[in-house]
Design a protein around this ligand. Sequence first.
Ligand code: UDP
Ligand code: MG
Length: 320
Amino acid sequence: MNSKPTISIVVPVYNEELVLPELYQRISVVMAQTGEPWELLLVNDGSRDRSAEVIGQLHSQDGRVKGISFSRNFGFQIAATAGLDHAQGDAVILTDADLQDPPEVYPQMIAKWREGYDVVYGIRKSRVGETWFKLVTSKLFYRLIYRITSIDIPLDTGDFRLMDRRVIDAIRQMPERNRFLRGLVPWVGYKQTGIEYERQARFAGESKFGGVRQMLPFALDAITSFSYIPLQLATYLGFTIAGVSGLAILMVVLVRLLGPQTPLLGQATTLVAVLFLGGVQLISLGIIGEYLGRIYDEVKGRPLYLIDKRWGIEDEEVKG
Ligand code: UDP
Ligand code: MG
């Protein structure tokens, strides 16, 4: 029973008490078909509902279900990281708890892995039961990221993917706090491929990433982790505006010297120019601030997460 699993299924869990039993059920059926030894590692990210109890129950029912409970909510990226830190398998499948990424896709992923691929990510062919706002913003987001970062983040993929042990070991060497796994995994390289699947509607409960308040910081983390273009933007804008105003100065001088006493457009122009420049400066400062804050986070060097409880996972030093 305590033999080492080949496949670890890592699942960040935040208020998913309604979903977990069904998740376990579907996974055990699918994994039985594959014949691979497996473990299901549930990372409870400070849930406020009974998710922790449910994890405890599932673990006592089936030793292949293991769990970690954080001391509080640390967010999806960190929960996924903790899962990768504690998974024992030769390959890890990272998936949401809500069954939006159907376990029935695992056999295909495992087959690709057996063929020799190190990363098999799920490409969302269609998405059921999402708001149009989320669909439009995520389409835009992926395209933006694709254009302004230097690594090839595959379009229309989420975090649902299988990763080989050597990819996981590489990711575990990345100490950064602002973790954007969807970028870190392609950064690692090796042989990566994707398979298409239909993203389902959430099985129960509600989405935690529906609103702008969750999506905006996520997008900023993604961009600042992988691109300097926003910083360079300030430089380019500065040069452009300086250039244009240089020309304007020349024009003013010429008009003054050559023309009759034509008064130049007065206050309104001045005001608009000053306000515009003020705006540009504030935006540039803000952009620097986004990077600076993240550098500050890194420098503080706090541990990524704190573990409160474990089920079937041995005690070890908390990763910093
Ligand atoms: N999740 C988490 N910590 C959080 C928010 C969400 O671990 O702070 C988990 C959640 O339980 C789920 C996954 O992240 O397994 C994806 O969340 P959700 O389904 O709400 O997002 P969506 O699929 O709507 O983008
Ligand atoms: Mg979901």
